[in-house]
Design a protein around this ligand. Structure first.
Ligand code: COA
Length: 388
């Protein structure tokens, strides 16, 4: 297989973007990624766009073609554009399709983008619930905050996680988000802000939840061999892994362990031929605070049941043993669902280039991502290294 590298990355500010439509967001992120990669539209062979539910959020389907058109790849250039959907893992999976297209030799230079315009719709909770098992979960009233609350209850009962430890995930991610000019929330918060915020689904409160956001992100990939024609700092894709699980949470043997994260993580480490201690930072899918704790355990960074203590001791903050979600994560950077997986790659690129400013992880060489669809029915994981 051809070795693949990321040569450009762009994103919009995430948040309540009343000033921009879905096509505006895509254009902004796509053009910024192309400019960053120093490539022109004529050089692009294919486009993959992650979008979870543009049809229900804004009534727009055929999003691949729309994005290609507005980024300037449709009309005259006739670039093939494909929409990829895997709920909140749509972006990560779009990136994986782009990597596969280059690795197989089928395409030379490919854009992977992700977008969601969520704030225009009245009932985002119901749209999101479509990523769960509609017949057995959503129809019975189990929304995503409700499902992750069940995971949190199970985890707390099994491992004795305290409410204070759980709150520290949000405190840390807001600390990181306050250092990211593209984040939805750029304010630091205290533990008491989390503990006293509105109850959403017990034990999860408002500040345990990722927000409903608008935003887009895009990256450009090509072969590592070609990458140096465009940039002095290509970012090599060491591993691209995907795994699946039951769509419904109640069919899992253990609510507190995301089997697809375990499987995708194992595959990713095997492909990359590295060990956990080699990873300098990780971007994981903290759609709710509990999900971040499960993720770093299920990827194998810390033993099961210990991530709360590890977080409370400051080890997941920049400067700690394993900085987690330096972008601010889904909690503070925001979660425009189709865009999140691409934003994770964008953050890895900033870190590995040494361009992450006030949230830079010193000497970062290897970064990892984990992007989840639903409660873990799809998980996509990638590992990256700064090319020498
Ligand atoms: N964290 C912190 N503050 C938040 C927030 C969050 N997650 N979500 C909203 N807010 C703030 C808003 O900025 C607003 O503040 P303001 O009054 O100072 O302007 C206030 O809370 C009310 O915002 P609103 O949009 O009315 O919130 P809401 O009650 O409609 O929604 C949630 C709050 C938590 C229910 C919603 O964000 C949610 O459903 N999140 C989860 C999304 C999800 O499931 N994603 C998929 C995961 S798999």
């Amino acid at each position: 297989m051809v070795e693949v590298a990321v040569i450009g990355a762009g994103m919009t500010k995430f948040g309540e973007r009343w000033d921009a439509s879905l096509r505006d967001l895509c254009t902004e992120a796509g053009v910024s990624a192309l400019e960053d990669a120093n490539v022109s539209g004529e050089q692009i062979d294919a486009l993959f766009v992650g979008s979870m539910s543009a049809g229900r959020f804004i009534g727009q389907e055929h999003v691949g073609a729309l994005v290609a058109d507005y980024v300037g790849l449709g009309g005259d250039l006739h670039v093939p554009a494909t929409r990829v959907e895997a709920a909140c893992a749509s972006g990560g999976l779009a990136f994986r399709q782009a990597v596969a297209a280059v690795a197989s030799g089928m395409s030379d230079i490919v854009i992977a983008a992700g977008v969601e315009k969520m704030t225009d719709v009245g009932d985002a909770t119901d749209v999101l619930a479509g990523a769960a098992d509609r017949e057995w979960e959503s129809f019975a009233g189990a929304t995503f905050p409700g499902l992750y609350a069940m995971i949190a209850c199970d985890y707390m009962n099994k491992y004795g996680l305290t409410r204070e430890e759980l709150a520290q995930v949000a405190v840390k991610n807001h600390y990181h988000g306050a250092r990211n000019p593209y984040a939805h929330f750029q304010n630091e918060i205290s533990q008491s802000t989390v503990m006293n915020s509105t109850m959403v689904a017990s034990p999860l409160r408002l500040f345990d939840c990722s927000p409903v956001s608008d935003g887009a992100a895009a990256v450009v990939v090509c072969s590592l061999e070609k990458a140096r024609e465009f940039t002095d700092t290509p970012i090599t894709v060491l591993a691209s892994a995907q795994a699946g699980d039951t769509i419904a949470l109640h069919d899992r043997p253990d609510f507190s362990t995301m089997g697809a994260t375990v499987a995708a993580g194992r595959k990713a480490f095997a492909q990359a031929k590295i060990e956990h201690k080699d990873v300098d930072f990780v971007e994981v899918h903290d759609c709710f605070t509990i999900a971040e704790l499960c993720a770093i355990e299920d990827l194998g960074f810390v033993p099961k049941g210990t991530a709360g203590k590890f977080t409370a001791e400051g080890e997941t903050q920049i400067g700690g043993k394993l900085p987690v979600n330096t972008s601010g994560g889904l909690k503070a950077c925001g979660h425009p669902v189709g865009a999140t997986g691409i934003k994770q790659v964008w953050e890895v690129v900033q870190q590995l280039r040494g361009e992450a400013g006030r949230r830079q992880v010193d000497g970062a060489e290897i970064g990892m991502t984990q992007n989840v669809g639903g409660t873990g029915a799809t998980v996509v994981s990638h590992i990256f290294r700064r090319a020498c």
